[in-house]
Each structure stands twice: as C-alpha cells, then as structure tokens.
Design a protein around this ligand. Structure first.
Ligand code: NDP
Length: 480
C-alpha cells in the first residue's frame, strides 16, 4: 500500500516514531494509503530545517522568490490530471469539481501571490515640518499553516503561497483526512527550485502534530482554517506566546431571497450554494430565507431541481454530488438530520444515507436534504452542520430577514437575492458577515479580504491582507 511521506529539510522522510494512519477513500470506504502519524519530534526537525533555510530565503530578493513560486504553479499544472484525480479520490468530491475548482484555484493561489509580492509596498507617513515615517515589512520567520479537509490543496496553498512569497519559512500540516495532494505538492518542490527547509510538509493528527506546531515557541505565527472549537483551542494555546494568529472558522450562512429577484438565476445558484462539494464549503448557504410571497413557488421549484441533482461516485461524469469526507462526518450529518426532526422539522427532500452498488457500497453518500418548519433559533438553525443539509424559512419583512440572518454566533458569508439594489445594499450593510454576495455566489477575486466576524474567525486572508499578516511592520521616524 502507498505510504505518504513527510517532506522536511528538502527530503521525503518517515515519521520519527514510524507510525502510520489509514487514509480512506470516501467513495468506497476502503483504506487506500497510509499517512505519517507525526509527532513533536518531526515538528522539531522541521523547525531546525526552517531556521537554517530562513536567512537564504528571506534575503534572496522578491524577483527570485516570485519566479520559484511561479515554477511551483507550473509544475502542478504539468501534472494536472494526477492532482485532479488524487483530490477527488482523497476527498470524495466529483472529479469535475476538482477539475474546475480545486486544482485550478491552487495553481492560481501560487501565481497570484508570486506576482502580488512584486507589487507589495510598505507605507510612509509625512509629517509637515516635523519629519517622515517609513514602515518596513519584513518576513516573520517561521510560520505554521494548518488547513482543513473540505478544499484540501485549494486552502493549503491559499496559506502557504503568501507566507512563502513574503519570505517566511513554513511548516504546514494538511488535514489528516485529505493529505494526498499536499503530499503531491511536496514532490514538485525540489524541481521547482524551492530550497530545502523553506516549505516543510508534516502529516498527521491535529491533536498531535497540529498541536505541536501551535505550541512550538519558534513558530511565530499560525494561519489556521477549520472548526470554531479548534480555533478557540488554538487561540487559547497560542495567545500567551504572543503569536500572530489568523483564524478562518465555521459558518452558518444565510441565503436571503427577496421576491423581486431573478428567480431562475437565483434557483440555479441556490442549488450550488447549498450543495456544492456536498455542502462542505464554509461559504455554502445553509439557512435559506425566502420572502413569504414566493415561498411555495421556491419550495416546489427547488425540489424539482434537486430530483435531477445526481449523487454518485466521484468519477461518474454525471455526478453532481459525491461522497462526504468520512464515515464519522457522515454519521455526524445524519445525526443532525435526526435532531432536526426531533426539533419539529419536516424533511421535504432527501434526509437519508444512499447505498450505492459495489464497489461503492461502503462509501459515504447522503441525499441532498431540505428541511422546513423549524424556528430560526433552534439548534439546527444555529449550529454548523457542514454537509448537504439546508433549512428553508419564510420571512415577511426586510427587518425580519436581517434579524434571522444575524441570530447565530457566526458571521462568515451572506448571499442576497434582489433586483432592488437600494435594498440589497441596505441589507448587505446590516448583516453580520465578512463576505457578501448580491445576486451571485462564490465569485472570488483573490485581491479582496476574505474572512468572517463573530465566531467565524479573526483576521482576513487574501490580497494585501495576507501579505500584511505574514510580515512584521516596523516604523522608522526621521526628524527634518
Ligand atoms: P478541524 O478544526 O477539525 O481541523 C482543521 C485542521 O486543524 C486539520 O488539519 C486538523 O487536523 C487540525 N487540528 C485539529 N485539532 C487541532 C489542534 N488541537 N491543534 C492544531 N491543529 C488541529 O476542521 P475540519 O478539518 O473538520 O474542517 C471543517 C471546518 O472548517 C468547518 O467548521 C468549516 O466551516 C471550517 N472551514 C472554514 C473556512 C473559512 O475560511 N472560514 C473554510 C473551510 C472550512 P486533523 O484533520 O488531523 O484533525
């Protein structure tokens, strides 16, 4: 069976303790590779390698660093099919999604930050008659990047690329549930010209190798994407060491639909915003709020569309939804559906596990699920499910829609559908969220700030925000 290796100091290596964890194919439920169960000794080795590499990498000049990161993108692109197939197999997502979204976006992340760094500039502040301040922005040193399983290489590279572009050395841990494309990335680094020790990829459990990254005193910043509870633990652990923290956490995003919207476009997009990647995107709209006058029309049309939304194994070209990421996650999502029923919700579409025929009969498939009749403040409407489950709720007034939208502890993204732009702006201005789409969903410009408010996180990624996070500003004043 294929054994994935760690990549430390420019070398593929076994974990210190020689222990491995099973890596399961969600489409079949079979173990298909083994990943290192790394420990604090492996993190220590990665820190030593980073310390050695930092002087060279941080001082090599932005043109050279930029060219190397462009090479990384090119190397991934030259093995495109291999990366696409690996991402789909590891995560359970349709091959078409890995082809159209995940891997192209990972390539873009490297190209985007490789070129951004060429244009990144620091500030100066002139004080009339007094003097001038200028600010330098230097790399932090060694930084830790920890990413989740839902968009594996996409989110891994979204952190690594700006960290490296800014001149830091990185110790990165992908989710233990989806390690494969991070491993493939480690196989292109040497050829792309990344010096040994600059990017170290250490695999393993969050509670062991992830925790060792967060606790290591020489790792000065942590960029984390994952669940809110894990984020709270990381903040508690890292804060007394005064580490810089960027936390991208959970969401319970509202999708607010007014009667005057372009119905067909809204419907088509709402199917995607509800169920893309099996509902496992932090930006998916899991609470659909519909103006009362079109509630019945929406409900019937939505269900009609879902009847044609095929759930199938990831390599089926007709598959619109694949497997959810793991057996544990499938059981969690199914238990959330049971809770919704106990809370008085009516499942008006889906609600069940799907048993596929062999060889996919042990895979983790769930029907797209729609639930109605629940109050906005019940657990189902307040807690993140992160699966193919949405609730639908009618509202009568704009104020009511905003009140429901803002009722959760989260504040990541909101989608608003209306052709009354004055109203759309008003609602956008009032809802608690870091990201708003009006008459659209998941259109991303990598220059824009990305992140949430309340329990959805601290800090922003993307564009200059990411480069600012991964650099330390120093202000210098000179008197006239
Ligand atoms: P987790 O919080 O369980 O894990 C995220 C990463 O952190 C994984 O690599 C995990 O390793 C690691 N980890 C777990 N425990 C620790 C620890 N104590 N110390 C250090 N690292 C740790 O999240 P999931 O992987 O389940 O991802 C789903 C969550 O991510 C959802 O809540 C979703 O909303 C959120 N998310 C947020 C996004 C955003 O931009 N705001 C984007 C995408 C997802 P391991 O896998 O081994 O446990």
């Amino acid at each position: 069976m294929k054994k994935i290796s760690n990549y430390i100091a420019g070398k593929h290596c076994e974990p210190h303790n020689n222990e491995y964890i099973d890596n399961v194919d969600p489409a079949t439920g079979e173990v298909y590779s083994l990943i290192p169960n790394s420990s604090s000794e492996d993190i220590e080795k990665a820190v030593l390698a980073s310390q050695e590499a930092f002087p060279l990498w941080s001082s090599m000049g932005i043109e050279k660093r930029s060219a190397i990161l462009m090479n990384v993108a090119d190397k991934i692109e030259s093995r495109l099919e291999e990366f696409i197939t690996a991402e789909s197999k590891d995560n359970g997502k349709p091959l078409s999604l890995a082809r159209n979204v995940d891997i192209p976006r990972a390539i873009s992340n490297f190209r985007f930050f490789a070129t951004s760094i060429l244009h990144f500039s620091s500030e100066s502040h002139y004080m009339e008659g007094v003097g001038i301040n200028y600010t330098t922005r230097k790399p932090i040193g060694i930084v830790g990047c920890i990413s989740p399983w839902n968009l594996p290489l996409y989110l891994f590279s979204w952190k690594i690329a700006p960290a490296l572009a800014a001149g830091n050395c990185v110790i990165a841990k992908p989710s233990e549930v989806t390690p494969y494309t991070a491993y493939l990335l480690s196989t292109v680094l040497e050829e792309a010209g990344v010096p040994a020790g600059v990017l170290n990829i250490v695999h393993g459990l969050g509670t062991k190798s992830g925790d060792a990254i967060v606790k290591h005193p020489k790792i000065k910043a942590i960029s984390f994407t994952g669940g809110t509870q894990t984020g709270a633990y990381i903040a508690k652990t890292a804060a007394p060491m005064f580490k810089k923290l960027s936390l991208e956490l959970g969401g319970k995003n509202p999708n607010i639909i007014f009667a005057d919207c372009d119905f067909d476009e809204m419907l088509k997009t709402t199917v995607r915003s509800s169920f893309a990647n099996q509902g496992q995107i932090c930006l998916c709209g899991s609470r659909i709020l519909i103006e009362k006058s079109i509630y019945q029309k929406f409900k019937l049309a939505f269900i009609e569309k879902l009847k044609r939304h095929k759930v199938s194994f990831p390599t089926d070209p007709e598959s619109r939804m694949g497997a959810v990421v793991s057996k544990g996650h499938m059981q969690k999502v199914l238990s959330c559906i049971e809770l919704a029923k106990k809370e008085g919700g009516e499942v008006i579409f889906g609600g069940n596990q799907i048993k596929m025929s062999a060889p996919y009969d042990n895979g983790f498939y769930i029907e797209p699920t729609v639930i109605e009749g629940l109050p906005y403040n019940c657990k189902t409407n307040q807690e993140e499910i992160f699966g193919p489950v949405v609730t639908i709720m009618p509202f009568e007034t704009e104020e009511e829609a905003i009140q429901i939208a803002n009722s959760t502890e989260y504040g990541l993204a909101t989608t608003i559908w209306s052709n009354d732009l004055k109203r759309a702006h008003r609602v956008a201005d009032t809802v608690h969220a870091g990201i708003i789409w009006i008459n659209a969903w998941l259109i991303r410009d990598l220059r824009t700030p990305f992140g949430g408010v309340k329990s959805s996180g601290v800090g922003r990624e993307g564009g200059w925000e990411a480069l600012r996070f991964f650099t330390e500003p120093k202000n210098i004043f000179i008197k006239h």
